[in-house]
Design a protein around this ligand. Structure first.
Ligand code: ZN
Length: 169
């Protein structure tokens, strides 16, 4: 139940009347639902690999995807390759060193899907909204992505073990 007259109830009803809010369920004073304007597309799927060169044999040569770009980021401690798949992309991620979160991921879980990235239009607003619904954030505030724009990760603890990235370009 939402507390009648609470700020969150007022906002909820306002958004619902605009057709922007689709309530899923209510718990205490928190609402759980989706703002329909939140996610505008699947930006990319991030895949952790031991070697981008080796992985390209599969994605480029066998599956025929088009390699758009490769880049290195010492800040993010990764090497990345982007392959176009229709409206979205595959992002291959190779660690640059043992400090890289991708190196830790590979050591723990092996190669495979690392994260799913959704395209959004107002990342600050969405993060604020998710925080109010007790979603645990890795990034409380957006930061610069490897290709510019603003990104933020949500904690897998809050998202059924799926690491979710939000991207605004
Ligand atoms: Zn990503």
């Amino acid at each position: 139940m939402l507390l009648p007259g609470s700020a969150i109830e007022v906002e909820c009803l306002k958004e619902f009347s605009r057709g922007k809010f689709y309530p899923l369920y209510f718990t205490g004073t928190k609402f759980a639902g989706v703002m329909l304007e939140m996610i505008v597309g699947l930006e990319h799927i991030g895949i952790a690999v031991n070697s981008i060169d080796q992985a390209l044999t599969l994605y480029e040569q066998l599956l025929g995807l088009k390699l758009e770009k490769t880049m290195k980021s010492s800040q993010h401690k990764i090497k990345a390759a982007f392959l176009k798949v229709g409206e979205t992309e595959i992002e291959l991620l190779e660690p640059l060193d043992k400090e890289s979160p991708i190196w830790k991921f590979l050591k723990k879980r092996g190669q495979g899907i690392h994260h799913v990235a959704f395209r959004v239009e107002n990342i600050e607003k969405i993060l604020e909204q998710l925080k109010r619904q007790d979603v645990i954030m890795i990034d409380e505030k957006p930061r610069a992505g490897i290709r510019g724009g603003k990104i933020a990760f949500l904690h897998p603890k809050s998202t059924g073990n799926v690491l979710i990235e939000l991207c605004e370009h």
